[in-house]
Design a protein around this ligand. Structure first.
Ligand SMILES: [Fe+2]
Length: 141
């Protein structure tokens, strides 16, 4: 089983508070039969450029091996925070090097550029999107 949307990095946005809680998540995932997890912290400028998230990711990747779980890098992108980001810029934000990206919209809003962004992503080589929220699921139909 593969978990493609997991906030498992300790101290990073929606992730657990510390490594002990991360170990609990890994233990539960192992018990459930998960063999692969894609860590998907929210993409945020600054956090990623200063290398902090990369260091935390590397620690959790090492820890995950103790549970027989392979950890890969991904992101959850709040597209409304990056309306000017061009589709080509999404290439470094994919799920584990795939052609899939994980997008999130505001809970109640539906930005007018959403469909255009999805279209632009398609013609730039992305063929799949994972849409976790209700509004995003509507956009992806
Ligand atoms: Fe999420």
């Amino acid at each position: 089983m593969i978990d493609i949307h997991c906030h498992i990095l300790p101290g990073v946005d929606d992730g657990p508070l510390g490594m002990e809680e991360t170990r609990q998540i890994l233990a539960e995932a192992q018990k459930a039969g998960v063999k692969t997890i894609i860590a998907t912290p929210h993409y945020s400028h600054g956090l990623y450029e200063n290398g902090m998230v990369g260091q935390v990711f590397d620690r959790v990747k090492t820890e995950a091996k103790n549970y027989g779980i392979e950890l890969y890098r991904g992101y959850e992108i709040k597209i409304h925070q990056y309306p000017a980001r061009m589709p080509d810029d999404y290439r470094d934000l994919d799920l584990a090097g795939s052609k899939y990206i994980l997008m999130e919209l505001p809970f109640k809003d539906f930005p007018s550029y959403t469909f255009d962004l999805i279209y632009q992503l398609q013609i730039n080589g992305f063929y799949g999107y994972y849409c976790p929220s209700g509004k995003m699921q509507e956009a992806c139909r």
